[in-house]
Structure formats: C-alpha cells, structure tokens
Design a protein around this ligand. Structure first.
Ligand code: EPU
Length: 354
C-alpha cells in the first residue's frame, strides 16, 4: 500500500489538544506513513512551516494556528534486533507513549517504567526529552529518525546529535528544522529499578513489594500520577505547565536561606541549581485556584500546583492569562522567572527581566 495523506479543511482541534480548548486548523494533513511527508509538504498551502501535532499534550492554543497543521498517524512498533541482554526497537512517531511503555513491559523489557502514563506520542518524547521520577527518555533513545523539510532528506540522529538536556533537545531548539518520524530505543531485559525518587519507595512499600521488578515500578508510578496529576481525559491539562527554573547557585542559595522548605536540585552545572516551580507557585497561594474571570473554568489543579487546568469551557486565552498572572506573582515574590513547558500557539510568552 502506498503511503497516504488525508487533508481536512477547517478542522476542529479540540479533541487534538489535551487542554481541550477550541481551535481550528484551516488545513490539517494526516500522514499515515512518514514516507508520505515529501508529498504532504509539497501540498502545504502557503510557505509557512507546518505545526506538527502529536498527542496534543504539550501545546496551548491561544488562537487558531496561522500555519498548516500536520499529524503523523503511524503507530507501528518493530523489533530491529535482539540478544539475551537487550532489544532494539523502532517505534513510529504517532504511537501513544503510554501504550508503548506498557507494550515494552509486556515484552519483558525494562527502563521505561518510571515514564508510564505520560500523555502524548512517541514522536513527541525526544522533542522535550520527557522525564519523570528520576528518569529521562534520553537514557534509552538509540536514534531519532526525522525528516528535514528544507532539503527533503530523511535523517537518523544519534543521541549526541539530538543534544538532549532537561526538557530540551535540538528538535525543540531548532523548532521547524526537523519532523520526528520514528524513535529507536534500546531496552534492557534485566531490570535496574530506579526507586530513589520521593514517593516511589513509599508506594512500593504500601503495595507490599520488597524487591520490585519493572512492572511493579510502573504500577507505583501510575498510582502516584493518578493521585497527583489530573487525567486529561477528565480535566483538560498538559501536565506540568512550567519548567522547573534553573537559576544561578548564588540566587538559589539565597532563596533557600530565606525559605528552608524550598526544594532544590542540581542544575545544568556546578554554578546552577534547579528549583521546584510547584513549590514557588504553591507558596504564592495558587494551588486549587479557579479563576472567576471569563468562563470561570481556568484554574490551577488542587492536586499539583504545576498543572494549569481547563475545567470545561476555558479558552486558550483565559488559560494563558492565568498562567501569566501565576508567573508574575512568582517573579514578584521570589525574583524567579518561570517559563512554560508546552508550546504556545497564538501568543508570545514575554521574557521576564530578572
Ligand atoms: N510541590 C509543592 N506543591 C505542589 C506540588 C509539589 O510544593 O503542589 C513540591 C514538593 O515539595 C515536591 C516538589 O515540589 O516534593 C516536587 O514535586 P513533584 O515530585 O511532583 O515534581 P515536579 O518537579 O513538580 C517534575 C516533572 C513532572 C514529573 C515529576 C515527577 C517538570 C516540569 N515536571 O514535577 O513532569 O511527573 O517531576 O518526576 O520537570 C510534566 O512534565 O508534564 C510532568 C508532569
């Protein structure tokens, strides 16, 4: 069967973003197979780079996208090679991330258990180097396959070429350069459970598991996430709305001296530290806030201060404006600039003067 492209005009995007906000795409191309990308790009209206939409779990539409939208629908999982120690797999960008994690565990493979229940697609995972409970996806990525519209070439990027960092990669830094088409993983058969992150050990103990395997860790992670993070299928959200800020060590130490409870983690180097955005937002009193303005449906989750939520009819603009007020209050009180984690369409997040 030859690869196909389906074009939809004036397509609703509400079901294609986990915030569940209304937005429409003048042109939406759904590509079943990445080999159809050259054709899809040749047919794009205008000369703007397309917005590539994955699971829509890391995007906020403040307005309709002014550019054409592409969705990759391929979901295949293929074993490329295997031996007694590990398995090398190739997964299409459109595959559901959590579905793939559970599939890998069912095959007896380990490594991705701490990343269970993260919303989104496999193709989106390397873009922001998804991470949770002490593990980042970069550790298991063998290569990222990507199409480069500017020259029509398909590439296979090594982890070094992906330039992974905390919630960052070359795909995020050079936004329109590549379209991720598939990700290759190498996963070990033997479990090396990572249970040091706060909460996991306690959860396993409560489950009565003393020597956890990878599936036990996934069960614990799923239980913690279900308790702490609202399910996007029930309440619109995009997970953490803000990145944990990385600030100079001197600033972090001064804040820590004034606020002993502020969680502080290693930064990118010896001179920087990562702070907990959730703690800073919580300290400003936003947790559980429901905005009386507009629809009354924009808010901050009651279970986690880092999660911006749409209780039903909030618009992207209302969510954006609330997020701005949250960031402004944190900046005013602590002198720390928060940056959003999701991509924002239709508005600019102004760089704060620190
Ligand atoms: N905290 C508060 N108030 C809250 C929530 C948390 O003060 O409402 C404080 C607590 O002291 C807690 C600390 O913040 O110990 C850290 O909280 P948590 O363990 O939930 O982690 P996080 O730093 O807020 C990050 C990721 C999450 C990931 C968790 C668990 C980012 C931006 N977020 O959150 O990822 O699930 O760690 O590993 O790095 C996502 O990216 O969408 C996401 C959900």
């Amino acid at each position: 069967m030859s690869p196909t492209l389906h074009v939809l005009r004036d397509a609703p995007l509400r079901a294609r973003n986990t915030f569940g906000v209304e937005a429409r795409a003048a042109w939406l191309g759904v590509v079943d197979d990445a080999r159809a990308l050259p054709e899809a790009l040749a047919r794009l209206p205008g000369d703007q780079a397309p917005l590539v939409l994955g699971g829509g779990s890391n995007i906020l539409f403040v307005d309709d996208p002014g550019m054409p939208v592409l969705a990759l629908a391929g979901t295949g999982i293929h074993v490329l090679s295997e031996d007694t120690e590990r398995v090398h797999l190739r997964v299409d960008a459109g595959a559901n991330w959590h579905g793939f994690v559970m599939d890998s565990l069912a095959r007896g493979l380990c490594g991705l258990e701490n990343l269970a229940l993260i919303p989104g697609t496999v193709g989106a995972a390397p873009i922001q180097n998804i991470g949770a409970y002490g593990v980042e996806v970069r550790e298991f990525v063998h290569a990222v396959e990507a199409f480069e519209p500017a020259n029509g070439e398909f590439h296979r990027l090594s982890p070094a070429q992906c330039a992974f960092a905390y919630r960052d990669s070359v795909f995020k830094r050079e936004r329109d350069r590549y379209i991720v088409t598939a990700v290759e993983f190498v996963l070990p058969r033997r479990a090396a459970p990572r249970i040091g992150y706060a909460g996991i050990g306690e959860e396993l103990a409560a489950m009565g598991v003393a020597t956890p395997d990878a599936r036990d860790v996934a069960t614990a992670v799923i239980a913690i996430r279900q308790r702490k993070l609202p399910d996007p299928a029930v309440i619109g959200n995009a997970g953490s709305f803000f990145k944990n800020p990385i600030v100079p060590a001197a600033q972090a130490n001064a804040l820590k001296a004034a606020h002993d409870a502020l969680p502080m983690f290693p930064g990118n180097d010896a001179d920087s530290r990562k702070l907990s955005a959730a703690w800073l937002i919580d300290a400003c009193g936003w947790k559980g806030h429901r905005d009386p303005l507009g629809s009354g449906d924009a808010g901050i989750a009651a279970s986690h201060a880092l999660v911006l939520v749409n209780h039903g009819k909030a618009t992207g603009r209302e969510l954006f404006d609330l997020a701005r007020r949250v960031a402004d209050s944190v900046h005013e009180r602590f002198g720390v600039a928060l940056e959003p984690e999701p991509r924002i369409i239709g508005a600019d997040w102004p760089a704060a003067a620190t």
